[in-house]
Ligand binder design. Structure first.
Ligand code: DON
Length: 305
């Protein structure tokens, strides 16, 4: 396995050259464009890794998977999906258009920015610091890493430049989707995006999902089976934004990307996979990471279809 992963990383590093590091959040522009790494955590507890697996990055939109779990745990699935839909979109992750033209009272899904901001507004707590503390605590638990924290520089960079997200959030406040203070909700959203980790941390989230909600390293259940199933399904249909269909055909397992360059993948019943490559394709997904996952899926016959 180790040799397979090393070969795949080296073969696919070339694809990082075709991508661009995200620069709309200035701090993300500092990432090393050529990096590519992978970590696998199997349900038997074996761990394999190759390439730049030790590099730290902010999980960005991968955090939407974590906040969706918490929102369902806090409110139940009926209430969450009354506020946020579960339909795929063929538009970019930060698109505004569907909010007005489809259903102004219900963003399309929890993986795009509008839906994720609405989702985080549902999480219990004081709506600001204490709500974020709950997200951080849950992230530490699901990764098995008590040292997980936010990258303060990325958080400030996101907060200063997050006007598109402000536009989405204020629109949703005007239509009643968001009921709390908009700046508080956005502050929690910017912080969740700035949570920093490595391939190992996101692979472990994937392993918990692949294991239907049970931490493979301790046997403790942290989410019910139905929550794991909903989250995996929405990752498969919406997790790679307007490349979700492409990823479903080529990789064939639930995946979630972030503009920091991470991709979390869950191969049901088998393993969690964390990939990192900050050079992104035009849709905001790691270009080397997508290729790496595609080849890994072929090699290990991971597709669920
Ligand atoms: O809201 C944003 O723009 C970022 N903090 C997160 C977006 C993101 O990761 C999209 N993923 N590919």
């Amino acid at each position: 396995m180790k040799r397979l992963l090393e070969g795949l990383v080296e073969n696919n590093r070339v694809y990082t050259a075709g991508g661009k590091v995200a620069s709309y959040i200035p701090e993300l522009g500092k990432a090393n464009k050529d990096s590519l790494g992978i970590w696998i955590t199997t349900l038997q507890g074996e761990e394999y890794f190759a390439g730049d697996f030790e590099e730290r990055f902010t999980i960005q939109s991968i955090s939407k998977v974590i906040t969706l779990m918490l929102a369902i745990l806090d409110n139940g699935k009926e209430y969450v999906f009354k506020k946020v839909g579960m339909e795929a979109t063929a538009d970019a992750f930060n698109s505004i258009i569907n909010l007005e033209t489809k259903n102004p009272q219900r963003p399309l899904n929890p993986m795009i920015n509008s839906g994720a901001i609405a989702t985080v507004s549902l999480i219990a707590g004081d709506g600001r610091d204490n709500t974020f503390e709950r997200i951080l605590k849950f992230t530490r638990k699901i990764t098995g890493n008590p040292d997980i924290n936010i990258n303060e520089d990325v958080y400030h960079s996101e907060s200063i430049t997050g006007d598109r997200n402000r536009a989405l959030a204020y629109f949703m406040k005007s239509t009643g989707v968001i009921e709390n203070d908009v700046e508080d909700v956005l502050d929690v959203y910017f912080k969740q995006c700035s949570i920093e980790g490595t391939c190992k941390d996101i692979a472990r989230v994937g392993a918990v999902l692949a294991n239907n909600g049970v931490l493979p390293w301790s046997g403790e259940r942290i989410i019910p089976v139905y929550v794991a199933r909903i989250v995996k399904t929405i990752m498969l249909t919406c997790g790679m934004y307007d490349a979700s269909g492409d990823a479903a055909v080529k990789i064939g397992i639930p995946c979630k990307s972030g503009v920091g360059g991470g991709i979390l993948a869950a191969a049901p019943g088998r393993m969690g996979i964390g990939v990192f490559g900050p050079a992104l394709d035009q849709k905001g997904n790691s270009s080397g990471g997508m290729r790496l996952l595609e080849e890994l899926s072929k090699e290990l016959d991971l597709s669920i279809f």
